[in-house]
Write a protein that binds this ligand. Sequence first.
Ligand code: PMP
Length: 443
Amino acid sequence: PAGVPAPLPVLGRDVTVPLVTGGEVTYAALDYAASAPALQRVWDDVAAYAPYYGSVHRGAGYLSQLSTDLFENARLTVAEFLDCRAEDQVVFTRSTTDSLNLLAAALPAGCEVFVFETEHHAALLPWRGARVTFLDAPRTPYEAVDTLERALAARDTDAPALVCVTGASNVTGELWPVRGLAAAAHAHGARIVLDAAQLAPHHPVSVQDLDVDWVAFSGHKLYAPFGSGVLAGRADWLTAAEPYLAGGGASRRVARRADGGVDVEWHEGAARHEAGSPNVIGVHALASACKALTEAGWDTLVTRENHLIDRVRAGLADVPEVRVLSLFGEDAPRVGVLSFVVEGWNSSHFAAALSAEYGIGVRDGLFCAHPLVRTLLGGDPESQGECGAPEAAPGEKSLNAIRVSFGAGTPDEHVDRFVRAVRELVSEGAKWEYRTRDGRCVP
Ligand code: PMP
């Protein structure tokens, strides 16, 4: 449509998949929140570099120097992408999960952690060994800040504290009040880490503007391939901590002691937590994606995504059988991530039908955020099944949900096909058996 920016070229645009009804159709990848297709530009950058890659850091050859420059320049690109403070550190990891586990391993002694029960498991679970306070699901952004304020104000120690919060929910797509939460954390002497796995692919993230202490995100949700992630932010806790992995690259000097043991002097910078040969290609791809998004322009990207969100919302609005899941209200600001249940349908069957009949790839289940999805579905926490399991019998309340998610590479046709598919499936009802992923046949 006039005035709406075009999608960015991504891999897989022309992939066709078979339909159960016969024939084939181009695949509509609507599971960006799990992993987004790589940008063509990222793939081209990787292909251009691939013949030249070599060992990094202590390789003396020309290609090693080239690769080392590329790897270290990627840090600068990411720091710029996140608008980091001059003194911040960018550590390359495998993923958001890895980044948050790294931070969890670097908590100072006695650190308390505050986390909303609504978080993705990657943000909910890494804090083993710390005293963790799980905060109740808020029903408004204001309530989120208020809940955190109260919990921090009720602390009975002046031990260090960390708040971990998502920027955009991987279930509802709703934006969280990060600035307000950061202000509340800092007002009570706590630090805050932002899980930007879902925010960074959809909106600009400024460490300085949001005033967060750390940011974590994953390359594979940001239009780069799998295998790279980032933890960026304050250096002090990271420098004081034992290395996340012990090994080459993290150690500056290793020597046998007279008593037979080994003395190790660890690096202080990002290398301290990057032992082993790094994922140079993955980091290059991640930096390339950061540049591509910046060059495309956030105004353009957000305009395009809001256009897609409006189309999906409008398309589902007058289907009474569809219930969109939300904490902050269906009209709350969100990214291109939307979960829902369909009255009369088991969510797993519905997702299977979208794939089999329309060539649409969505996700069903509890989205690695079990407490949140259970809260949103209003179910009995004791009677819930595993991620993706089709537990509800026909006519019963859904125990899992369907998630549609999209972004910079999504053409209008994909969301339009999705809306049409939902409407048709709802009006026609289930037509035949679906086989669940564990091979069971469901009538
Ligand atoms: N946090 C959020 C909000 C997520 O959506 C995800 C991925 N679904 C993660 C963390 C974990 O990311 P990764 O699997 O790349 O480690």
